[in-house]
Design a binder for this molecule. Structure first.
Ligand SMILES: Nc1ncnc2c1ncn2[C@@H]1O[C@H](COP(=O)(O)OP(=O)(O)OP(=O)(O)O)[C@@H](O)[C@H]1O
Length: 227
């Protein structure tokens, strides 16, 4: 992934408090198209909260978030949802695959929400599933899949609508080490193939070492790591 191109994400002086207490403040970040940024940080420092803010899923009380040129601060909830649907994919630690939908329906959800017509929708779902090595499992229900397969469904779903930005919150945290390494490889390769920027929150130094840029979140903001 390169660092070239227009920023897909511009965060300026972001701050988030619970009551009087700051979770984080002075968080600034600029991510160009296609760049892979890893964010490390102590447990409880606010990494998940930050990622949710970047997606417009959580709110903040200072600073700005600009996604693909659109200032989220000026958008109401409905506009934020539209911007998110179009430009962002999200992979969570706990998979968040919908249990009553089969694999193809789960992966097709972002396209359904964007109004992508058939047969394009099915074709793109098929391509996304083949990209993550799950061709042939379209009709399976989530309960019939392993943890690694569930996360591959989530990766396919996060990229099927070709978002400019993929946000991943400890995506291999619920997997055994071997499966985690495979899923991380796949996540990075698929993100690169789609030309998306990737912001990965992780506790894994090994995962972070794969990134173009590694930052550490502290209560003082985001800083480049040493070395
Ligand atoms: N509703 C709430 N009220 C008060 N504090 C909260 C609330 N929700 C979260 N917090 C606090 O916000 C902080 C940030 O939580 P967050 O889950 O973003 O951290 P994290 O860095 O992702 O942690 P981990 O690495 O353990 O997943 C934590 O200290 C948490 O206790």
């Amino acid at each position: 992934m390169s660092g070239e191109g227009i920023p897909v994400l511009q965060v300026t002086d972001l701050a988030r408090h619970y009551g009087e207490e700051a979770v984080f403040s002075r968080v600034s970040l600029q991510v160009p198209a296609g760049q892979f940024v890893a964010i490390l940080g102590e447990s409880g420092v606010g990494k998940s909260t930050l990622l949710n803010c970047l997606a417009g899923l959580d709110h903040w009380d200072g600073g700005q978030v600009r996604l693909c040129g659109r200032l989220l601060d000026e958008a109401d909830d409905e506009e934020r949802a539209l911007i998110r649907r179009r430009h962002v994919g999200f992979v969570f630690q706990a998979f968040h695959v919908l249990p009553h939908l089969d694999v193809a329906q789960n992966v097709g959800l972002p396209l359904l929400l964007l109004g992508t017509p058939e047969p394009e929708r099915s074709q793109r779902v098929q391509a996304a599933l083949e990209g993550v090595g799950l061709g042939g499992l379209e009709a399976r229900l989530p309960q019939q899949l392993s943890g690694g397969q569930l996360q591959r469904v989530a990766i396919a779903r996060a990229l099927v609508h070709r978002p400019a930005l993929l946000l991943a919150d400890e995506p291999t945290g619920n997997l055994d080490p071997t499966t985690a390494a495979r899923v991380l490889d796949l996540l990075i390769a698929q993100t690169r193939d789609h030309g998306a920027a990737l912001v990965l929150v992780t506790h894994s130094e090994a995962a972070a070492a794969r990134a173009d840029r590694v930052l550490r979140l502290t209560s003082e903001g985001l800083r480049p790591t040493e070395g």
